[in-house]
Structures are given as structure tokens and as C-alpha cells.
Design a protein around this ligand. Structure first.
Ligand code: NAD
Length: 491
């Protein structure tokens, strides 16, 4: 992202904010350039929204919720609109995939998969909208107690750059299904697909103010949204540092929040694991999206008795990993920004200075543009437990490998970081797989498989520094609504 001044000064396509049913620029005309990570060049322009723009969006959402047509729709009608939006995303899939790949640098096949998943979020939550049932509770004689679920009202959504459309879909899909009106601040480093989908939402008939999306800087528009006194709930996905700011703002405003933060997710390979099956999955879990996935499988823990054989097999395959432009469509693309590239390079330089052995090195393809943000995929190990690569999130294609002795040791090491998002357990022993899965301190465990960020239907979220609250699946519908207990004394 680059800061420019006026949309009128450029010939690049301008992606407007969508506020109160209209496509609008920032109130003061400020803009930001969207840079393509594959070559570092600007390719589009978006609004640099101010606190005033955010305030207008929150007011529009409040009107939509309190008095607009949106607040009066039935759950079935809301669901139909969401399903129509899912269809619109699917029918614009190629346009959106090209936009997502150009904006994030991810390979086209990954961008295409992201659009399919984005459409599916709207479809899933559209179908679920009228299935959020309350309950009745047996109470005293002469009483009937009903527990109904109410939307919060106006929900704020702060979205990161790694999977812009997917995370937008999962967050606003669930919130809109519950009947909230949404104000969204996607990431300045990649967000054009979310602005385009907000445009599609108007085309399929979403009433004004139901879904407002404003681009802008985190410390400007993001801070204004998270501190706004008239939002009722906030959903944040991003770094633990900003998550702390969001939670503090939510506390000051006495509202709830979900925080989806980072991870240092382990894959535990016991000596009886099927390594042929595990190796490609283990590699994909760190290479997918260039490792810029909150649930990337960034640590591989291998039982000592199988360490040499398993590590050799993973390393043999890892050496074939290739990074290239989004159009080359290789295993991974460029990092999303120059800053992210520098962050990964910094971790690698420290690892090399610490003398960590390199087990395998992927390659950057020949002919990539000189100004693209590429990094070389690396597999290192054994990584000592105290080393940064054993406990800090790199958010890049860097795989840390370390040995363990037995089940207890594996559990101790796996749980021994500040994070707790996802874990993978590889073993042919069913009882052990369940014992270890139950012992993991995290939000999702895969046995003999791994889905970095996968599973629209599967509740997802973390513990500890990975955050709290759950998105995805039906559970998100409980986050974006609150129960109200009605006690009727009918004698
Ligand atoms: P980030 O926290 O810097 O940015 C995320 C969003 O927050 C962006 O929209 C940004 O504009 C906004 N923001 C930044 N400063 C803000 C402020 N002061 N007030 C309000 N909003 C602000 O994170 P990032 O660099 O975009 O993403 C990388 C991090 O996010 C990694 O740590 C990664 O693990 C995490 N992440 C987690 C998940 C998940 O689902 N758990 C998904 C994606 C990324």
C-alpha cells in the first residue's frame, strides 16, 4: 500500500467505499494505492477513509438496523439475500480471483479456491439464517420460559490481508445472518475483493446500510471503528498486538469481541505415522499462501525413533517447492508487502546467525520481477525449544522441525508456546490420536490430515495468545447474537 492524495490524479481503477447503499470516495478525497506484491507496482486505488467516514458508516448501519428495511426482514429473507450474494460471488469467480491474486500475490489456484470458499460462506450462512432456534426451559408451575436469540445491532469487522474475501465472508456472513448491520474495515494491504463484493451485495438487493465496507489505514479508520461508541460488537482477525488494542477499546465501550490472532501450530508425527500421506500435507500446511496463514503448520514435531527417515522424506519434497508470480501459479507467491518480506528475512537471518541447520531450501523461480516481495522457502531443524523459530510466529514459508521422545514429551512441546490455534496429529494408533487430540490446548485438531484455515462448517478460533471466540460453522451464529430469556407468568 502507498499513500496518494486524490483519486482524480490517477488513471488506475478506483475501488470506492460502499456506505449506506452507495459507492463513495473518502470524504476528504484521500486515497491509497494498491500494490501488486508480484512486481511491487501500483495497479488500483482505494479510499483512505477517515474517522468521519467511519462515523457516517456506523450511522448508516444504525439506521438500517433500527428503522431501515434491513431490520424488518425476516430471517428467511436475510438468508435468501445471503444465498444470492453467494451466487453472485460464484458467477464473478474469475474476476474476483484475478483481483485477489493481483492484490495479495497468491497463486491463481489459491485465489480461485479462496473465491469458492468465500461464496460458500455466504451460502452456508444464508442457509443457516432461519435455523437459529431458541429454546424453552422448564421452570415453576404456571410459567413458560423462552430463550430467544437477538442480534447485537451494529457489528464492526476488522479484516486482515492474507485471505481478504474468505475472512470477510466468514465474518459478515454470520453477522448478517443473525440480523446485524455491519461496518467493515478490511486491510489496507489487500482488500479490493471485499469492496467489490460489497458492490455485488447492493446489486443482489441488500438494503442500504446493511453492509458497509470502508478501506483505510489501521491506525486511522481501524482505530476509529474499534473505538466508535455506537458499535455493539467487534470481530477482529489480525495480529496479537492490534488484538490487544481492539480488546481494550471493546472493554472501554463495554461490548463483546472475538479475536482471531496468530498461531504457531504444531504437527505431531509419531513413529507409526504414514509418512507418504503426511509429507505432502505437512509441506502444504506451511507453504499454502506463502505461510501467511494464521493456522499454518509452522512446527513439525517428529518422534526421535523415526526422526531421520521422516525428516529426510519431508526435506526431499520441500526442496521442490517453488515461489513465483501469481500468474506463474506455483506453490506460493510473493509475500504480501515489502514489510512482510523484511519480517520473514529477519527471522531467517537470525536463524542463520544462531547456526540453525537448514534441512531443505525451496527456490524462487527464474524470471520473477526484481521488485516483487519474494522469499526463499526454508525448512530448518532441529530447532532448540527456546529459539524464536520454535515459539514466534513468522507468517512466512519457514518450517521449524524438532524431535520428541514420547507422547508426554510431544504434548508438552506442542502446548509449549504462547499460541494455541490448530494442531495436527499423525499416528495409526486410534487411542493415542484421541488422547493427544484431547490434550492439545487449541481450537481445532486434525488427525491424519491438516486443513490450514479449512472448513467453513467447522468452528474455528484459538486459546491463549491466539485469541478467543469462535468463527465459522454454526458456532459463529452464537457469537454474533445474544440470548434473551423471556419469563411469562400465565398462572
Ligand atoms: P494487523 O493486526 O496489523 O492488521 C489486521 C487488521 O487490523 C488490518 O485491517 C489493519 O488495518 C487493522 N489495524 C491495524 N492497526 C489497527 C489499529 N490500531 N486499530 C484498529 N485496527 C487496526 O495484522 P496483519 O499484519 O494484517 O496480519 C498478520 C497477523 O494477523 C498475523 O499475526 C496473523 O497470524 C494474524 N492473522 C490471524 C488470523 C486468524 O484467523 N486467527 C487470520 C489472518 C491473520
Amino acid at each position: 500500500m502507498n499513500i496518494t492524495s486524490k483519486a482524480a490524479e490517477t488513471t488506475l481503477r478506483f475501488y470506492a467505499n460502499i456506505v449506506d447503499g452507495k459507492a463513495v470516495p473518502a470524504g476528504d478525497g484521500g486515497t491509497l494505492d494498491a500494490l501488486c506484491p508480484s512486481d511491487g507496482k501500483p495497479f488500483a486505488v482505494m479510499a483512505r477513509s477517515s474517522a468521519g467516514d467511519v462515523d457516517a458508516a456506523v450511522k448508516a448501519a444504525r439506521r438500517a438496523f433500527e428503522s431501515g428495511p434491513w431490520g424488518r426482514l425476516t430471517a428467511t429473507e436475510r438468508g435468501r439475500l445471503l444465498c444470492r450474494l453467494g451466487e453472485a460471488v460464484a458467477s464473478h469467480a474469475e474476476e474476483l480471483a484475478v483481483l485477489e491474486a493481483t492484490d495479495t500475490g497468491k497463486p491463481m489456484k489459491q485465489a480461485r479456491a479462496d473465491i469458492v470458499a468465500g461464496a460458500r460462506y455466504f451460502e452456508f450462512y444464508g442457509s443457516a439464517a432461519d435455523k437459529v432456534h431458541g429454546e424453552t426451559i422448564p421452570f415453576l408451575n404456571g410459567y413458560t420460559v423462552a430463550v430467544v436469540r437477538d442480534p447485537h445491532g451494529v457489528t464492526g469487522h476488522i479484516i486482515p490481508w492474507n485471505y481478504p474475501l474468505q475472512i470477510f465472508g466468514r465474518s459478515v456472513g454470520a453477522s448478517l445472518a443473525c440480523g446485524n448491520a455491519c461496518v467493515v474495515k478490511p486491510a489496507e494491504d489487500a482488500c479490493l475483493s471485499t469492496l467489490r463484493v460489497a458492490e455485488l451485495a447492493l446489486e443482489v438487493g441488500f438494503p442500504p446500510g446493511a453492509l458497509n465496507v470502508l478501506s483505510g489505514l489501521g491506525e486511522e479508520a481501524g482505530e476509529a471503528l474499534s473505538n466508535h461508541p455506537d458499535i455493539d460488537f467487534i470481530s477482529f482477525t489480525g495480529s496479537p498486538e492490534v488484538g490487544t488494542l481492539i480488546q481494550s477499546a471493546a472493554a472501554r465501550n463495554h461490548i463483546g469481541c472475538t479475536l482471531e490472532l496468530g498461531g504457531k501450530s504444531p504437527q505431531l508425527l509419531f513413529s507409526d505415522a504414514d509418512i507418504e500421506k503426511a509429507a505432502p500435507v505437512v509441506i502444504n500446511a506451511i507453504v499454502q499462501n506463502g505461510g501467511q496463514t494464521c493456522s499454518a503448520g509452522s512446527r513439525v514435531l517428529v518422534q526421535r525413533s523415526a526422526y531421520d527417515a521422516f525428516v529426510a522424506e519431508i526435506a526431499r519434497r520441500f526442496a521442490k517447492v517453488r515461489a513465483g508470480t501469481h500468474q506463474m501459479d506455483l506453490d506460493l507467491g510473493a509475500m504480501v508487502t515489502k514489510g512482510q518480506q523484511a519480517r520473514v528475512d529477519g527471522f531467517v537471518a537470525r536463524a542463520r546467525a544462531d547456526g540453525l541447520p537448514v534441512l531443505a531450501e525451496g527456490r524462487i523461480a527464474d524470471g520473477v520481477p526484481a521488485h516483487g516481495y519474494y522469499v526463499t522457502p526454508l525448512m530448518l531443524g532441529p530447532v532448540p525449544l527456546g529459539n524464536a523459530l520454535a515459539c514466534d510466529e513468522v507468517f512466512g514459508p519457514v518450517l521449524s522441525v524438532m524431535p520428541f521422545e514420547d507422547e508426554a514429551d510431544a504434548i508438552r512441546i506442542a502446548n509449549g508456546t504462547p499460541y494455541g490455534l490448530v494442531a495436527g496429529v499423525w499416528t495409526r494408533d486410534a487411542a493415542r490420536s484421541m488422547r493427544v487430540a484431547r490434550a492439545m490446548r487449541c481450537g481445532q485438531v486434525f488427525v491424519n490430515g491438516y486443513g490450514a484455515g479449512g472448513g467453513i462448517e467447522l468452528p474455528f478460533g484459538g486459546v491463549k495468545k491466539s485469541g478467543h471466540g469462535r468463527e465459522k460453522g454454526f458456532e459463529a451464529l452464537y457469537e454474533f447474537s445474544a440470548s434473551k430469556t423471556i419469563v411469562l407468568n400465565h398462572g
